[in-house]
Design a protein around this ligand. Structure first.
Ligand code: ARG
Length: 299
């Protein structure tokens, strides 16, 4: 599995400054679709849960039966797409359409994801604090420039990001709340755009190979304006919300639980997809076990 690299030889020719993502580079990335059309991005949180933005479901609130999630692919026109149905849409009850505060939603799938190199959960940050994030990327199938009738992309594009100081961003965006973060890229037009919403701002820490979900693509002023950041839902503020609502739905998200289910017999046998654990730590959250370190054979 390729990790995002800054220079892969490709030209930054697309309008939001993006380049095409490599196969398996963003294995947590999904397309949330309404009536078979791309609506928003999203990220795999666990075998049952997709994390996305609440505003994707406004003004039109479609029933879950009209929604689907496409996963494990960069190309939305691939002839063999893996599609999952959605049974429940959970919007944050304090989502505010006026200022986009609490722009977060969870989708429960109708059957669990079987992880492999192309489908992996992204980690949730364990402690608050943005200074530790060092290599950040956004990806999506959204528009490559802002405008009403701009087409969506069929191939996943990516762009590098840096997190901006909150106070500095607040000077530019007075609607900014403490549940938001700003990310852009100095002197470049790298940005997310319409249709990318719901997808993650994925970052690693200085040392790590693990990818963390730091922010949900939420809103912005136009797209790709130099030195104008995009605004993201600050995920670290929603740990307890995620824990609470996933518990209420009977499919609790937590590290311990995931350890439990991966060892259970009879359930989706994820055990067989993992390499023989050399140490017990390998049985922690699958997001902590990037397949890049795994010796597993891939058909
Ligand atoms: N609200 C947009 C969406 O629904 C995302 C906009 C992000 N804009 C930006 N300039 N970063 O897809």
């Amino acid at each position: 599995h390729l990790l995002p690299l800054f220079a892969r030889g490709a030209q930054y020719s697309r309008i939001t400054g993006g380049t095409e993502a490599g196969v398996g580079e963003f294995p947590w990335q999904v397309s949330v679709q309404a009536r078979n059309e791309h609506l928003c991005g999203g990220a795999i949180l666990s075998e049952w849960w997709i994390i996305t933005a609440a505003h994707c479901f406004y003004p039109q609130q479609l029933p879950p039966t009209e929604l689907r999630v496409v996963l494990g692919t960069n190309s939305l026109t691939s002839p063999s797409l893996e599609i999952k149905g959605v049974t429940t849409v959970i919007l944050h009850k304090d989502f505010q359409r006026v200022n986009m505060d609490n722009d977060i939603a969870l989708l429960m799938l109708d059957n669990p994801i079987t992880f492999n190199e192309l489908k992996e959960p992204i980690c949730l940050p364990m402690e608050p604090g943005l200074s530790k994030w060092h290599n950040c990327w956004v990806a999506g199938w959204g528009q490559v420039k802002s405008g009403l009738n701009e087409p969506m992309e069929t191939e996943l594009l990516k762009a590098p990001m840096t997190i901006m100081n909150w106070d500095k961003c607040f000077k530019e965006f007075s609607k900014l709340t403490k549940n938001m973060l700003c990310a852009g890229y100095e002197n470049e037009s790298y940005d997310s755009c319409q249709g990318d919403s719901g997808g993650p701002l994925a970052c690693t820490q200085e040392s790590g190979k693990k990818w963390y979900h730091v922010g949900i693509i939420s809103w912005g002023r136009s797209c790709g304006l130099k030195n104008t950041p995009g605004i993201y839902t600050l995920l670290e503020n929603y740990h307890s919300w995620i824990k609470k609502v996933t518990e209420l739905e009977g499919r609790p998200f937590s590290a311990e639980r995931m350890v439990g289910t991966s060892k259970q017999k009879g359930k989706v046998s994820r055990a067989s997809e993992f390499p023989k654990p050399g140490s017990p730590t390998l049985w922690l959250l699958p997001c902590l076990l990037p397949y890049v370190t795994a010796s597993k054979k891939w058909p």
